[in-house]
Design a protein around this ligand. Structure first.
Ligand SMILES: *Cc1c(COP(=O)(O)O)cnc(C)c1O
Length: 487
């Protein structure tokens, strides 16, 4: 029997998986959650024999209303040679942790894990629903989602994709990755504002009934490639199982024993997928939710008070520079129900603050300052020779604090969300101050020498590519930009 999805602000809003994927967000602005989180049917022992693709099938089939053939075609299309390793996601042991390397896809960040498959899920859902309109993907990005979504949707017929990114809030590599994107169905716009501004504008466009009508008349409908879409969230559950099974295979744990995860967090999508994996039956001891200086989640998990009224910091881990973590709404609803979640979100909208009772004790917050992040990169490299990117380093520094404070000595998986090459400049500056003034692209050759990891193919020669997207707009002009491109 196929799973039903319900709204986080109203349980009478219901949808099949296909409908939820196409809509992206509920008509009332809430998010879709599974009415009941399914249990993993196969044993860990059986799952341990599977390839990444086979494991993905065992997880995804519990969440999607697709046929076996449809789902297997989606998975085969997504997890193939686009990844630079046949394993798709290597798990490596370095120092006192296991690193779940989620950055071996085309855009060098973990967003590829979900955005490689999302276009296939959407096409299949559209076919199942008999959709006639062209799908327009509207995306707000803090740096990594944008490129991963562009790669996924560029040239996919029946779709168009439009991306908004903070003009001054992404790394040089991230920016060029997006502005050099090819494909007639793509549009990339820098905004004078931060990710929260972009995400709020895009979310309000999704619930704008008038605009919806205007677009429908032209044969378009909107959907989302942000992690508010369950089509993003569900594929991310797979790699938590994968990490666990690899840890067993490597002899780090016995099957059934608990393991911990530290997740560098922004919009709370990645860690929420891990929480779903635990609810499905994966033996997880604890989740450390790691923040950078924008530590709104750290404060929330300590006090139960979520307060976005604070200074916004542009950090060296820009993909986590977020003050409104959208997916937390899902956890709030799982913990306290729709009425509570709705009241909390209204309070957030109105006053920028809410309080909630945190009944989930297996998640705690930690954070790392800029200095701690740099220190983690440098020290860990000196100890092990392994170079972490800035986001992974936030997680590692947070893990060190958690370990000290909690005394917890279960094995720890650091969810490694980006390749150090995506943030070469800051990574090199962390390793040695003498690199601080260097050019990001010139420094890649240095990084290659010291890390003995080759410059990944997708960004070789990036600085020489032609820039196709030069548009910049004020944060209040996002809707006009959308209309300008489509109508
Ligand atoms: C998006 C991103 C994160 C944060 O993930 P969320 O799902 O938004 O919490 C962390 N690190 C990198 C490199 C990212 O791209």
């Amino acid at each position: 029997m196929a799973l039903t999805y319900i709204g986080t602000r109203d349980k009478n809003i219901q949808a099949t998986a296909s409908e939820a994927i196409l809509r992206g967000i509920c008509p009332d602005g809430g998010l879709y959650i599974p009415m009941e989180i399914p249990k993993m049917e196969k044993s860990l022992e059986e799952l341990g024999k599977l390839s990444y693709q086979e494991l993905a099938y065992e997880v995804l089939r519990l969440y999607l209303d697709f046929t076996e053939d449809e789902l297997k075609a989606c998975i085969a299309g997504a997890y193939d040679e686009k990844f630079d390793t046949a394993e798709i996601v290597p798990v490596v042991k370095k120092g006192d942790a296991l690193f779940l390397e989620l950055f071996h896809g085309r855009t060098l960040a973990f967003k590829d894990m979900a955005l490689s498959i999302l276009p296939y899920l959407m096409k299949t859902a559209a076919k199942r629903q008999g959709l006639k309109e062209e799908i327009v993907i509207l995306t707000a990005t803090s740096g990594d989602t944008g490129k991963a979504a562009l790669e996924g949707f560029a040239g996919v017929d029946g779709t168009r994709i439009m991306v908004f990114f903070p003009e001054d809030g992404v790394s040089p590599v991230q920016k060029l990755q997006m502005t050099t994107q090819e494909g007639d169905n793509t549009c990339v716009v820098g905004i004078k504002g931060n990710f929260d501004d972009a995400q709020s504008a895009v979310k309000s466009i999704f619930t704008d009934k008038e605009l919806e009508k205007e677009l429908a008349a032209k044969g378009f409908r909107f959907s989302s490639a942000n992690s508010i879409n369950i089509g993003r969230l569900v594929p991310q559950i797979v790699y938590y199982f994968w990490a666990y099974l690899k840890a067993v295979e490597m002899g780090e744990i016995h099957g059934g024993e608990e393991i911990d995860f530290t997740v560098p967090t922004g919009n709370f999508g990645d860690i929420l997928a891990g929480w779903y994996a635990m609810k499905m039956g994966l033996p997880v001891g604890h989740f450390v939710c790691a923040s950078n200086d924008n530590k709104v989640l750290y404060d929330f998990f300590r006090t139960g008070k979520y307060d976005r009224n604070r200074e916004f910091h542009v950090t060296v881990s820009p993909s986590m520079d977020i003050l409104i973590s959208s997916n937390l709404e899902r956890l709030l609803c799982h913990m306290g129900g729709q009425d509570a979640a709705k009241a909390e979100m209204e309070s957030l909208q109105k006053n920028g603050v809410y309080t909630a009772e945190i009944t989930e004790k297996k998640i705690s917050g930690e954070f790392a300052t800029e200095a701690e992040t740099f220190g983690a990169i440098r020290n860990f490299y000196e100890e092990t020779g392994y170079v972490m990117d800035t986001h992974t380093a936030v997680a590692y520094a947070a893990y060190q604090k958690y370990k000290k404070e909690s005394g917890d000595n279960r094995p720890m998986v650091i969810v490694s969300t980006a390749s150090p090459y995506k943030f070469t400049k800051d990574v090199m500056a962390a390793l040695d101050e003498k690199y601080a003034k260097g050019d990001a692209f010139a420094l890649m050759a240095e990084l290659e020498k010291i890390s003995s990891v080759k410059v990944p193919k997708p960004i070789q020669g990036l600085e020489k590519r032609e820039i196709h997207h030069k548009n910049v707009c004020e944060k209040g002009e996002i809707k006009d930009m959308v209309k300008g491109w489509l109508l």
